[in-house]
Design a protein around this ligand. Structure first.
Ligand SMILES: O=C(O)CCC(=O)C(=O)O
Length: 255
């Protein structure tokens, strides 16, 4: 349950960090399924030509621990509180940064894709990112421009990130825009132990650098959307932009 102060802070910053929100056991249950997931050959899973893992989308389709986690009562409660509506899941993925890997993301707003490629009516969806590994300054943390969501949708250019061909493009923001935003708002890059949660607004500008460390960096992204804001004109595969708009109901963890 978020406090009034945390909700206000999210509304002001477009970003809210909850250190160690999930405990080691909850994260351990998810990570125990990672070696199996990494071996799967499925359209929802992308690797670079080098074999480096990139992303695993729509995890609920092939992983019972991740399916269950999608119904985690605390996860759904914070999503509901911030969206102020019943929620469904628009996208559910892990972004995997292998040790000394090459994956990075240019500055972008996620709502760019949600609007242009999925037909989402309003920027009411948000990302709840959950650190499955410790995130440090070395393993490719995500950098945010807090407050940038207040600028609304900023014109962008569709760019194809390497290794995600056929899955999605990104709504890249140009250098001048980023200079202005950073001069006004600064940048932050929340680090923290596994189990930390960073929630960010669909209009918050963010980017990330490659992982230069010898450790993996897995971050789980649960994109929550209000059921009344369901997408209208999807163009991406259903494992990228879900088509099931049923209200997510909490499920208690298995005993
Ligand atoms: O996990 C990352 O490094 C960034 C991912 C990201 O920006 C995105 O999926 O929109």
């Amino acid at each position: 349950m978020l406090t009034r102060q945390q909700i206000t802070s999210y509304e002001e910053q477009g970003l809210l960090v909850l250190p160690s929100f999930f405990d080691a056991q909850e994260i351990g249950e998810l990570m125990a399924d990672m070696p199996r997931i990494c071996e799967l050959q499925r359209p929802e899973i992308a690797r670079a030509a080098t074999g480096e893992m990139r992303t695993a989308l729509a995890l609920h389709r092939y992983s019972e621990p991740f399916r269950r986690f999608m119904h985690n009562p605390r996860l759904l409660e914070i999503a509901r509180q911030l969206i102020d509506d019943d929620v469904y899941c628009h996208q559910y993925k892990i972004v995997c940064k292998d040790p000394m890997g090459t994956l990075d993301f240019p500055w972008h707003q996620d709502y760019g894709n949600w609007q242009d490629l999925d037909g989402m009516p309003a920027p009411r969806a948000l990302n709840i990112s959950i650190y499955l590994d410790p995130v440090t300054e070395f393993n490719g943390p995500v950098a945010f421009i807090p407050g940038s969501h207040k600028r609304g949708r900023i014109p962008s250019l569709a760019e194809q990130p390497a290794g995600l061909e056929g899955m999605t493009t990104l709504a890249r923001l140009n250098r001048g825009v980023i200079e202005d935003l950073v001069n006004e708002f600064g940048m932050v890059s929340p680090k923290g132990p596994a189990g930390t949660v960073a929630i960010f607004h669909g209009l918050t500008a963010h980017a990330s650098t490659p992982n230069i460390s010898p450790w993996t960096r897995h971050i789980l992204y649960f994109t929550a959307n209000g059921v009344r804001n369901a997408i209208r004109q999807p163009t991406r595969p259903d494992y990228v932009a879900h088509r099931t708009f049923d209200v997510l109901e909490p499920e208690l963890a298995a005993a």
